[in-house]
Every structure is written in C-alpha cells, then in structure tokens.
Ligand binder design. Structure first.
Ligand SMILES: [Zn+2]
Length: 260
C-alpha cells in the first residue's frame, strides 16, 4: 500500500534569526489508511507559525524534541496550553525525546502555566528513549550529532518512504548512517564553509553525503542570518555538480516522500 511522508517547514532560522522563525517542521505520514501528524521541535517562534494555521486542538498527534536548547523547546508550554485552554483537547498527545524530556516539559509548564499539567484534560504520554519507537504508522530511529547539548537526529520511516531531520549540530558517522535510505533530508546548514563549533558547515555536509544512493533532496535549515546569502550564492554556483537537489528552506515549504 502507498505510504507518504510530508514535511512542512514551520521555521528554518537559527536561534536568533527571527525573519525565518526558529527551526521546526510539521511531519504528516500516512499508510494503509492510518495517518499521524508529528511536530519536529517547538522553539519560541514555532507556536506562532503553527497556530497561524488555526489547527484544531486534536489534529496534532505527537511532538519530537531533538534537544533542549530554547529555540527548540520554549514553545512547548504554549502548544500544550493551546490544547487545554482553546479546546479542551480529548485525544492523547505523545512527546518523544531523549531521557530528560519529561522533566524539561514539566519545568517549562511550571514556569509558564503552573497549574496546567496537574489538571490536563487529556493523556500526556512521554516516550523517553534513543531507541527506535513507533508513533502511528511512523517509525522513528535516532543518532547523535555533535552539538552544544546532546542532539538526536531522527530518521522517519513509513512503509518504504524514508525521510530524516537532523535537529542541530554536525553530522557524525552515526547520523550519516542513519540518513542512508532517506529521499529527503532536512539538515542544519549553519554556514557555508569553515569551523562553526557544534554547528554544521554546508560544504562538509555535501562532502559527507556525496555518496548517498538514495538522497534526492537536501533541505538546509538553522542557517545563520549572516551566512544565508553566501550559502544561496554557492548553491547556485555549484548546482550542476551536486549529486542531489539542495535548497535553503523557506517557511511554509513542503517536501514529500511517496512509495507505492
Ligand atoms: Zn541547538
């Protein structure tokens, strides 16, 4: 049966480039009549992008948190408050992340909405793991990148459709292996070339991915505001030599992987 993964870019800036929003995506996957919608990270600008779509409070099934920097988690309490106070939501909601994600969410809610979690009107589930997990028809598996805080890239598999998202940080042998099989990869591309401690240079990323047998589209997110123009220029110059399509993400863009 057909399986489809769609990734919609909610934001693609770095922590401080507010023109493009904090990096986050909305993933929709469907197979055999089963579907799931998962948010990938929820930074301080993510609720602005997501709530602008006026989504029903029950439509999102799950959130994956790649790591605990503020531009990836500070929107979580607002998202949960939306479910509670603009609903109430009744369906369970699942938060997936590395060990510690439950404590981070509870701390954020304690500060922003102190009494909310004790009387939350729906089941809030936590899957704290770095081992593969299933959320609806989607399998998530993980590998660590090199970043200021532990960050786990995720590979998303739905039937024969595979996509991956890096979160923040430099590609590692493990994350490179994780990405093999993916047709679409959404990856940090902080600057074009050089040393960006705990962040990814695009030229090095292209080198690491050059021998991929499956990658069709590389989508760059979390770009430094001061590097964005340079990355765009270099990609135009090198377009004919690149083994797959590479593009700088824009908010609202969608990327789809489908299989029969
Ligand atoms: Zn980060």
């Amino acid at each position: 049966m057909a399986a489809t993964i769609t990734i919609e870019i909610l934001g693609c800036g770095d922590a401080f480039d507010v023109r493009f929003g904090t990096s986050a995506s909305l993933v929709t996957a469907s197979k055999d009549g089963q579907s799931v919608q998962l948010m990938f990270d929820c930074g301080y600008q993510t609720p602005v992008a997501y709530l602008a779509q006026q989504p029903p409070v029950d439509s999102l099934d799950a959130l994956y948190v790649s790591h605990f920097h503020g531009d990836h988690v500070l929107g979580i309490s607002i998202l949960l408050a939306y479910f509670v106070y603009q609903g109430p939501r009744s369906r369970p909601f699942t938060i997936v992340g590395q060990p510690g994600v439950k404590r981070v969410v509870e701390q954020l809610c304690d500060i922003a909405h102190p009494r909310m979690l004790s009387a939350i009107p729906f089941e809030l589930r936590f899957l704290e793991t770095t081992e593969p997990v299933h959320v609806g028809p989607l399998e998530l598996s993980f590998a660590q990148t090199i970043h200021g805080l532990p960050n786990f890239a995720a590979r998303l598999t739905c039937g024969s459709s595979i996509a991956a998202l890096s979160g923040d940080g430099q590609i590692t042998k493990e994350s490179r292996e994780l990405y093999e099989g993916a047709s679409v990869l959404v990856h940090e591309g902080y600057g074009w070339s050089g040393s960006y401690p705990k962040h990814q240079a695009v030229d090095e990323l292209l080198e690491m991915l050059a021998d991929s047998e499956t990658l069709q589209t590389l989508v760059l997110v979390h770009c430094s505001g001061s590097e964005r123009r340079k990355i765009a220029q270099r990609l135009v110059e090198q377009a004919s030599r690149l083994p797959f399509k590479v593009q700088l993400a824009l908010p609202g863009e969608r990327f789809e992987v489908s299989s029969a």
